[in-house]
Design a protein around this ligand. Structure first.
Ligand code: SF4
Length: 419
């Protein structure tokens, strides 16, 4: 696939290699020292138009100007512009810093991607939506930066709901019908897991506000070995308040939640009374069952975007897929440091290091090396595959020497591959 403004240099380098001409030979043809060609090909220096013409002549190439081709897919940019008031122990996004980006940053980020994609939708929140005092202006700016209107989903800021009387009216204005709220059991446990004293009372108050305004609150309760006895009483609290939609879940096991692996709920420890509330109970198995099923598998785990491409952008301008937690292996590049062509190519072709490594590692090997064949911990199959892959990536990326070699090899491979 070719991209607009695709690196001309990469095409020239590819053709030079195809013809079996070395850098030194090309340099000699042009009367230049070999390092000049090396610097051009590695992007250290930008050649003049005249020099490009001379290089193309030497290789028998012709330079053409043609209309840019636009990638016929929708791009969703989800940018962490405001951070999050909470520090949830289970947060799949890990410990991203609460840095604030401004309007100029938003405009700049959208402008980097817009030339490449047919449609773009901009979201100014990656974590708790509307956790900023000017949520109304932000929403308008999101709409202005988007060629397809952003969705509201079923998320809102409970922090803001209990502090700003105008906020619920805004939610209604933008068409919010339902809002999901997350509990971890009773008051002490919920405050502990949200990472903020008072969070539990705020969640209850947010529920009352939503019910009064005709917006449906949906309660999500995360269960683990530590809080399993608190879940049913908390469901009763919700039902007593008139909450109609309540579900229980074990959560994925990436980001910060991977640190809670030791207290992950075991399949047999799920109280029977919770089964009617449990999300996709029939899909979960004990870890040891998944290990047995996967141990001979040659399949590779390659999560991918079916239709739209969704990219998460952290406040340090690192770009990630939305598949899982933002670790180094999942990083597509940095908007301040890396060429856009390379980031877009990685986004479209899914050549992020994690997926390149995953292609080389069958699930059977992941299960044998990183799985626990004795464990009763509950997982859905997809969550378990991601858990195994991230364990492998964490190990590969946590050894500094290997990290450098690996990064260099992958970057080189990605940079050298066909555009
Ligand atoms: S889980 Fe959601 S609310 Fe909790 S810290 Fe992460 S982004 Fe914030």
């Amino acid at each position: 696939m070719r991209y607009p403004s695709t690196s001309l240099i990469a095409q020239i380098k590819k053709e030079r290699k195809r013809q079996g001409i070395t850098q030194a030979e090309l340099a000699a043809m042009l009367g230049l020292p070999q390092p000049s060609i090396a610097r051009i090909e590695t992007g250290v220096i930008s050649p003049t138009l005249g020099m490009l013409e001379r290089i193309c002549d030497a290789l028998g190439l012709e330079m053409l100007v043609q209309k840019q081709r636009v990638i016929p897919r929708r791009l969703n940019l989800v940018v962490d512009m405001h951070g999050c008031p909470n520090r949830c122990l289970h947060c799949w996004l890990g410990d991203l810093p609460n840095r604030i980006l401004n309007d100029d940053d938003a405009t700049w980020i959208a402008s980097l991607f817009r030339p490449y994609f047919k449609d773009l939708t901009f979201y100014s929140w990656l974590r708790e939506p509307d956790f900023c005092p000017d949520y109304r202006a932000r929403w308008q700016k999101d709409c202005a930066l988007s060629s397809m209107k952003p969705e509201r989903f079923e998320l809102a800021s409970f922090y803001r709901l209990v502090r700003d009387p105008d906020y619920v009216a805004f939610l209604k204005e933008v068409g919010t019908k339902k809002v999901q709220l997350t509990f971890f059991g009773g008051e002490t446990t919920t405050d502990k897991y949200v990472g903020r004293k008072g969070a539990y009372q705020e969640l209850l108050e947010a529920t009352r506000i939503l019910l009064r305004q005709g917006i449906t609150p949906r309660w999500q309760l995360f269960i683990n070995m530590e809080n399993k006895e608190e879940i049913l009483p908390q469901i009763k609290v919700g039902e007593g308040m008139g909450v109609k939609e309540i579900f229980v879940h074990e959560g994925s096991c990436d980001g910060n939640n991977a640190k809670l692996y030791d207290i992950r709920i075991e399949k047999e420890a799920i109280p029977e009374e919770l089964i009617p509330y449990y999300l996709d109970y029939g899909e979960i198995r004990a870890e040891r069952e998944w290990c047995q099923r996967l141990k001979g598998s040659k399949e590779r785990f390659l999560p991918h975007n079916e239709k739209d491409i969704t990219l998460n952008i952290a406040s340090d301008f690192n770009v990630y897929f939305h598949f899982t937690s933002p670790s180094r292996a999942w990083c597509l590049g940095n908007l301040k440091k890396d060429p856009m062509d390379r980031i877009v190519k990685a986004a479209v072709e899914e050549t992020v290091p994690a997926l390149v490594l995953s292609r080389a590692m069958p699930l059977g090997r992941l299960a044998t090396k990183y799985g626990d064949f004795e464990s009763n911990k509950a997982f859905s199959l997809e969550d378990y595959k991601m858990f195994l892959l991230n364990r492998y990536l964490d190990e590969a990326y946590n050894v500094p020497k290997e990290l450098d070699e690996l990064s260099t090899r992958i970057q080189k491979m990605l940079g050298d591959s066909d555009l």
